[in-house]
Write a protein that binds this ligand. Structure first.
Ligand code: SF4
Length: 429
């Protein structure tokens, strides 16, 4: 799995009326562009949370915890910038207590579990159940290679969704994961999960070799398979990814997504696909919104601590969520501020922006939902990049620091505070 790409902030933070609303309230064809998304109850849960934060006067607050309990993966995708670590780091795990504690610490209503491949973590079923017991919406991202073997350790739940990494049809996906045969396994796992009564999503990341027609046909296919949500994002240009040739720049991203969205046109003008992204995020991908990112909307906790500034960039780590929020210089990051952000349009950075915009201007989100992303006409102005600061390359220093801390941390069984108690499980399955 490619964690940076398939972690779903694209979980569909729709703070506007969805299909369930339409069904329950007999809304007139509210739209030809209304499609199944996140259940109304969950939208209401997130909306109530945002309202509470606003009423408390909080300027910055998390919406989705990006939980990376391990970096080890059973794939090695060419575009992945998350697994290029020494074995000592790849063998580390966040413990159950650390995972549940991170969710409590930040309070986000949604937890997206990524990695690495989360199903390699032997305690994952307990972690998922613990998060559900906390009342959270849980999205478990997986490349699905182990799903058939592990699925009976999980129970269907209205707040639990399998989010299966599928970057396109067989040729596209197997290319993206650098391995033949993964597409068939992922599709079989998707059908199995659906047949067992689980909610399912696919997480689809597109690169500059994506073909709009084939991508649209692929969305038709997964819709026919009964997937509950399609979560969509362009890839992030990870500096550590082995393949640096296939990342999209912003202009190409917008044109590609317009070409894909044009084909979401079913009988009677109705939408064909059930998108898991929020309508304003999709409109942003189509070039119609000049959004800056909201990196604190999706804080990331992994074995290094709380990652600065976002899920995609590891420019430093804080020991606690509060320290992350209080000591990160947020203005140093984002498109126009930092070279590494220049081409970013990834859901983990911008879905929160879209969600907060929807909360502030619900009529705008409803309009975007009803008409779908605009695919014609001029695009919104692009952000000026002329004053962005140059990239800093800090990866090696972080790895060295983490390795040195590991050497000095207490042995297993000793009393602990940080991530040092993670059992160094071996990832073999
Ligand atoms: S623009 Fe930069 S800071 Fe914002 S989400 Fe993307 S990589 Fe992170």
């Amino acid at each position: 799995m490619w964690p940076g790409r398939d972690t779903p902030l694209g979980f569909g933070l729709r703070l506007c009326y969805g299909p369930h609303f339409a069904a329950q309230h007999d809304a007139p064809d509210a739209g030809d562009h209304i499609e199944m998304g996140i259940p109304l109850k969950q939208q209401a849960q997130v909306a109530a949370y945002v309202l509470k934060q606003k009423m408390a006067g909080r300027k910055r607050f998390p919406l989705v915890l990006m939980l990376e309990p391990l970096f080890r993966c059973n794939l090695a995708c060419a575009g992945c910038g998350k697994i290029d670590y020494p074995d000592e780091i790849l063998n580390r795990r966040l413990s159950i207590e650390e995972c549940l504690g991170a969710a409590q610490e930040c309070g986000a209503p949604v937890v997206a579990i990524a990695g690495g491949e989360p199903l390699l973590h032997k305690e994952m079923p307990t972690i998922v159940q613990g998060l559900l017991d906390q009342g959270r919406i849980v999205i478990l991202c997986t490349n699905a290679l182990l799903l058939e073997k592990k699925i009976d350790a999980y129970q269907p739940h209205e707040r639990f969704i399998w989010d299966i990494h599928l970057d396109g049809d067989k040729a596209q996906h197997d290319w993206a994961v650098s391995q033949e045969g993964v597409y068939e396994k992922a599709v079989a796992a998707l059908k199995l999960a659906r047949d067992k009564g689980f909610r399912t999503a696919i997480n689809c990341t597109l690169f500059n070799n994506a073909d709009a027609d084939r991508t649209a046909k692929f969305f038709d296919d997964v819709t026919a398979m009964g997937v509950d949500n399609i979560m969509l994002s362009p890839g992030y240009a990870y500096e550590r990814a082995p393949d640096q040739q296939h990342f999209l720049n912003r202009q190409n991203t917008k044109e590609l997504f317009r070409n894909v969205f044009r084909q979401n046109d079913g009988k009677g003008g109705k939408t064909k696909w059930r998108m898991g992204n929020s309508p304003l995020f999709l409109d942003f991908l189509a070039g119609n919104q000049s959004y800056g990112c909201t990196p604190w909307g999706n804080p990331t906790r992994n074995i290094f601590g709380w990652q600065r500034p976002c899920y995609l960039l590891g420019e430093g780590y804080a020991k606690s969520f509060q320290e992350l929020m209080d000591t990160t210089d947020w203005d140093k990051y984002g498109v126009g501020n930092y070279e590494k952000c220049a081409d970013c349009m990834v859901h983990s950075g911008f879905e929160a922006t879209a969600a907060l915009d929807a909360f502030a201007k619900p009529w705008k989100a409803v309009a975007a939902q009803l008409r779908g992303p605009r695919t014609e006409g001029p695009m919104a102005p692009e952000i000026d990049l002329s004053k962005q600061r140059p990239a800093e390359y800090v990866f090696s220093a972080h790895v060295q620091k983490a390795m040195s801390e590991m050497t000095h941390e207490p042995k297993r069984g000793a009393k602990h505070g940080g991530s040092g108690d993670s059992k160094p499980q071996v990832a073999a399955e």
